[in-house]
Design a binder for this molecule. Structure first.
Ligand SMILES: *Cc1c(COP(=O)(O)O)cnc(C)c1O
Length: 461
């Protein structure tokens, strides 16, 4: 299986090369040349597999340059850190199927991908004799999941910038109590945007990037998408029954990463995945794209589901490549136009295709809180991101078709928003309750590019 860029500017590369490249060198995103649908016999066999066995079966189709035994070992190690035996269990509440993706070490769905990515990085670096210094900025969730993905790993150091005292106390503790020598937390005296701008500027300094073998863990890495395809396949096959039948999914969306994984799963499992419901909070760029056929930047507003407070969906270009009939020249031209105008328009035919691929809704803060309260009365506590997905899912629910709502975070991670909805803070699970007394390590630095570069230079591998 070879990988190509959505902008057509690179020769086809292997899975391993695609993982190490992250963003394609022509500025595009990497995708497999083809997604070969599973045969009915394969689907039947997959229905009997454990999560880990299914992960091997799905991932090996796209990662054929990693020997099967090695891949098995990487997958086993990646999901040994999860506290639920089914890894991503389904829970039925009021006829809905909640897919709990938060049983990993940081209690958010990003662990499913980043536990795997950390192990793949370590494996490939050992093979090549290389090293990597990961640099990233976080507003909360991604930082801790990335840190837990690579803590203690050989040949990798990680530097994560978070805005000083502007992440939740739990999010701060989740990052700073990881004291492995390869983990460097930087509390930046500035905003998340300051951190992101500094990281971007450092990555644009190509000699510096080369010299320190800088790597990224943002959601554009193909290995992250691939790891997420597995739970869609797992849930769809559990609910669609031996004779087939479709299952719909509702997905709280920010960067379009998770829902794009659903799109790949749908290509892989013909006739098993029906509608993908794209749920956004008040940052409704993607909902407007689906409903109005226009992709245009808005202003970011702060909501109670902060991991979806995004106005540029970095994985959107992958879907655009399919929508444009895999015409890389058109994607390249469209992204150049978007860079200049902040806007993309679509033909009636294309908009029709988008509406066949997705349904979408933008969910307000009030609706989010009301949904948390309503489900709490039925004995199930939703986190605000999950509640956005559940609310949108209910709008598009179809009679007789199972609906899976992706639960992307544990409610205790967003205690303040949950308390607003139900009048009390959620109970802390053991993984969070133990954090307060732990030793922590963090460097507070001023938000200047030279200062951050200096710190990386001093501590890089
Ligand atoms: C990152 C995140 C999302 C959004 O996922 P995307 O892949 O960016 O669409 C939703 N919920 C939570 C809790 C997250 O951390």
């Amino acid at each position: 299986m070879k990988y190509i860029s959505t902008r057509g500017g690179i020769a086809p590369i292997s899975f391993s090369e695609a993982v190490m490249m992250g963003l394609a060198t022509d500025g595009g995103l990497l995708l497999p040349e083809t997604v070969i649908p599973a045969t009915p016999d394969e689907i039947e066999a997959w229905q009997r597999l454990s999560y880990q066995d299914l992960a091997c079966a799905v991932i090996s189709r796209f990662a054929d340059d990693i020997p099967a035994g090695d891949l098995r070992e990487l997958i086993d190690r990646s999901y040994a850190t999860f506290t639920h035996p089914e890894i991503t269990p389904l829970v039925e509440v009021d006829g809905l199927h909640i897919l709990e993706l938060f049983h990993g070490p940081t209690l958010a769905f990003k662990d499913v991908a980043l536990q795997f990515l950390g192990n793949v990085f370590e494996y490939l670096l050992k093979k090549s004799g290389g090293r990597m210094n990961i640099l990233g900025a976080t507003s909360g969730d991604t930082g801790s999941a990335a840190i837990y993905g690579v803590r203690g790993k050989a040949r990798i150091n990680i530097f994560i910038l978070h805005p000083h005292k502007r992440v939740s106390p739990i999010q701060e503790l989740q990052m700073t109590t990881v004291t492995d020598p390869n983990v460097f937390n930087i509390a930046l005296q500035g905003t998340f945007d300051d951190g992101q701008a500094i990281v971007k500027a450092i990555f644009n300094d190509l000699p510096f990037k080369e010299k320190y073998a800088l790597g990224a863990v943002n959601s554009i890495n193909w290995a992250r998408i691939l790891a997420q395809v597995v739970y869609y396949v797992h849930a769809a096959l559990k609910l669609s029954g031996p004779a087939g039948g479709v299952v719909d999914f509702s997905v709280p969306t920010g960067n379009f990463g998770d829902i794009f994984a659903g799109h790949v799963a749908r290509l892989l499992l013909p006739g098993r995945i029906g509608r993908l419901i794209l749920a956004t909070n008040e940052n409704d760029l993607l909902a407007r794209f689906v409903n109005d056929g226009e992709y245009s930047l808005g202003k970011v507003v702060q909501t109670s589901s902060p991991s979806m407070d995004i106005q540029v969906a970095s994985n959107f270009e992958r879907y655009l490549f399919y929508l444009y009939g895999q015409d890389a020249a058109r994607v390249r031209a469209a992204m150049a136009g978007f860079g200049a105008s902040g806007r993309l328009a679509f033909s009636a035919d294309e908009h029709g295709q988008v509406r066949r691929d997705f349904a979408a809704s933008s969910v307000s803060q009030a609706e989010t809180l009301a949904t948390i309260a309503a489900f709490y009365r039925q004995g199930y506590l939703l986190d605000p991101h999950t509640a956005v997905g559940v609310k949108a899912g209910l709008e598009f629910r179809r009679a007789g078709i199972p609906l899976v709502c992706l639960a992307t975070a544990h409610p205790a991670k967003f205690g303040a928003a949950v308390a607003e909805a139900i009048g009390r803070e959620p109970d802390l699970p053991p993984a969070l309750a133990g954090l307060a007394g732990k030793a922590s390590r963090c460097e507070v630095l001023v938000a200047e590019i030279g200062v951050i570069m200096g710190f990386v230079e001093q501590n890089a591998l």
